[in-house]
Structures are given as structure tokens and as C-alpha cells.
Design a protein around this ligand. Structure first.
Ligand code: SF4
Ligand code: SF4
Length: 286
């Protein structure tokens, strides 16, 4: 497939080799910007694009930040020490380090790493918020490096039209399901789960659902009844679905999320047992 003018993406970070973002060894692109505002977000600085307020500039201990003549934030990667003081300073859930990256530039890095890769994953933030960029990146990978798989890691809050756009070049998606109960979902995420459930249904039906991820928080979304209903609903689409049980952890969360409890290893195994009673899932517990 040839695309005349591939678009650039607003990218928070790139990891050239990851073993936790899909099957095998993966090149991961993290996009900036998310349409959810999760209580338990582990990367809250990826939620919003920078608004160039300049508040973080003088806090940088390395002098890596500035404002250009147009009032836009500048970041010098070579000077940056990686302290992340800027991220801690930003009151807008953003980072001054996100930058526009063209498909060609990313493809060059993927090409060099390709002999050691299984595929490419676009994560976030929320990858589907930049669906045109993701589509163009995947199309370029498929055209030049057809041995690599292309995956999206998503919160699932994307319309059918977005999945239709990605479908020709996307091998599969990994979808987070924060809660089957819409009232609890709204409390945890500040948004309905309707589009998430529809995305899971759609992708499972198309054979493009690699895994559903359940982030479980004691006392919030982990009751046996709720988990059993979640398992039954997932099994109705695919009785052997790959389901990843993820115990909430405090790493990276906002101070407001620190009072949330982390599940013990025994609790995480109990979650898996409850799900296992509903179907013959391929269960992964982390
Ligand atoms: S991470 Fe941010 S604050 Fe720290 S050195 Fe880099 S630009 Fe400066
Ligand atoms: S990263 Fe945050 S604090 Fe820094 S300029 Fe952007 S919006 Fe302002």
C-alpha cells in the first residue's frame, strides 16, 4: 500500500524493544493525548497535549526547556537528564517532551531494529486518538517489513469508523476493560464504557482481539459477582479469549490515587480463579 503524504504523530516516547506490549519483542510508540481520565492512570502526563504555558521551563535542572519566539515549548533531548521534574511540575497532565514524529523517521528506526523484532505496537495515551497516523505508520511497516505484526494497545473508546480505518493494516488490538458495570466505569474513568464494550465485541467478531486487560483494584471493581459477570460476557464472544488480569500498582499514579489499595498475589490469583470458573480463558496474571 502506498500513501502519498503520511502524517506525523504527537509522540510521548519510543521504546525500541519491549517484551510487555504484545506478543514477542516489540517496537513501541507511545502517543500523547487520551480521551479518558482514569483515576488509576499510570502515565497521567500522557493525557493532554502541552498548552505551552511555560510553567515547567524554569524548573528544569538541566536547562533543557525553553519557549521559542512563537511561544511554543522547546525541549533539547541532548541536554535533558531525564529527571522528569517537568512532568512533576506540569499542572495539566502533560509533558514538554512530546514531539511530532514523522512516519518516515519512525520507519527508519524500526528498519534498523527489525532483525530483532516481532512487531510494532502503538500505545498511549490513547493510540486511536491519532488513528490517521497509526494507519499510515502501519501501512508503511506492512509495505516494507511485512514480517512484522502491527498491534494497537487501546482503552477501547473508539468508534467503529476508527477500527474500519485501521483494519486493513492492523493485525490485532489489546483492549483495556476498566469495568463491565457502567456506573463504576464512569466513577473510575469519568466516561461511559459503551464504546469500549462495542469495540471488544467488534474486534472479537473480526478475529482482531489479541487480549482484554482487566485492571483490578480492591474494593473498586473486583467483587466476585462483577468478575463472574465480566467473565461470562467475555466468554459469550470467545470462550478461549486471552484475558490479562492486572493488579493495580501505585507506580506512576497521581497523589490522589495513592489511597487506592494494591491487590496481594493471593487476591490476583483469586480473580483468575473466578474468571476460570466462567470459561476456558487463556489467563495471564500480572
Ligand atoms: S526530564 Fe524535564 S526537567 Fe528533567 S532534565 Fe529533562 S526536560 Fe528538564
Ligand atoms: S508541559 Fe505542562 S507545564 Fe510545561 S509548558 Fe506544557 S502545559 Fe505548561
Amino acid at each position: 500500500m502506498t500513501l502519498a503524504t503520511p502524517v506525523a504523530g504527537l509522540v510521548t516516547d519510543v521504546i525500541e524493544f519491549s517484551a510487555v506490549d504484545g506478543p514477542g519483542n516489540r517496537f513501541v510508540v507511545f502517543t500523547q493525548g487520551c480521551n479518558f481520565n482514569c483515576v488509576a492512570c499510570h502515565n497521567p502526563y500522557t493525557i493532554n497535549p502541552c498548552i505551552d504555558c511555560g510553567l515547567c521551563v524554569d524548573t528544569c535542572p538541566s536547562g533543557a526547556l525553553g519557549l521559542d519566539a512563537s511561544g511554543h515549548i522547546t525541549w533539547d533531548a541532548a541536554t535533558c537528564s531525564g529527571s522528569d521534574v517537568c512532568i512533576a511540575t506540569c499542572p495539566y497532565d502533560s509533558t514538554p517532551k512530546a514531539r511530532a514524529m514523522a512516519v518516515d523517521a519512525l520507519l527508519g528506526r524500526i528498519r534498523r531494529a527489525a532483525p530483532f523484532l516481532s512487531g510494532v505496537t502503538v500505545s498511549g495515551g490513547e493510540a486511536t486518538q491519532q488513528a490517521g497516523f497509526v494507519r499510515d505508520l502501519f501501512a508503511a511497516v506492512k509495505a516494507e517489513l511485512p514480517g512484522l505484526t502491527c498491534f494497537v494497545d487501546s482503552n477501547g473508546a473508539a468508534p467503529v469508523s476508527t477500527w474500519d480505518l485501521l483494519d486493513p493494516v492492523m493485525d490485532a488490538a489489546m483492549i483495556d476493560l476498566k469495568c463491565l458495570d457502567d456506573g463504576i466505569h464512569r466513577r473510575l474513568v469519568q466516561a461511559s464504557n459503551a464504546e469500549v464494550l462495542e469495540s471488544i465485541r467488534l474486534l472479537a467478531g473480526r478475529g482482531k482481539l489479541h487480549e482484554v486487560r482487566l485492571l483490578l483494584m480492591p474494593g473498586q471493581n473486583d467483587s466476585d459477582d462483577l468478575l463472574a459477570r465480566t467473565g461470562a460476557w467475555l466468554a459469550s464472544m470467545d470462550p478461549r479469549m486471552r484475558v490479562k488480569v492486572i493488579g493495580f500498582r501505585h507506580h506512576g499514579v497521581r497523589p490522589s490515587a495513592v489511597p487506592l489499595l494494591e491487590p496481594s498475589a493471593e487476591q490476583r490469583e483469586h480473580y483468575a480463579d473466578v474468571l476460570r470458573r466462567e470459561s476456558d480463558f487463556e489467563l495471564v496474571v500480572v
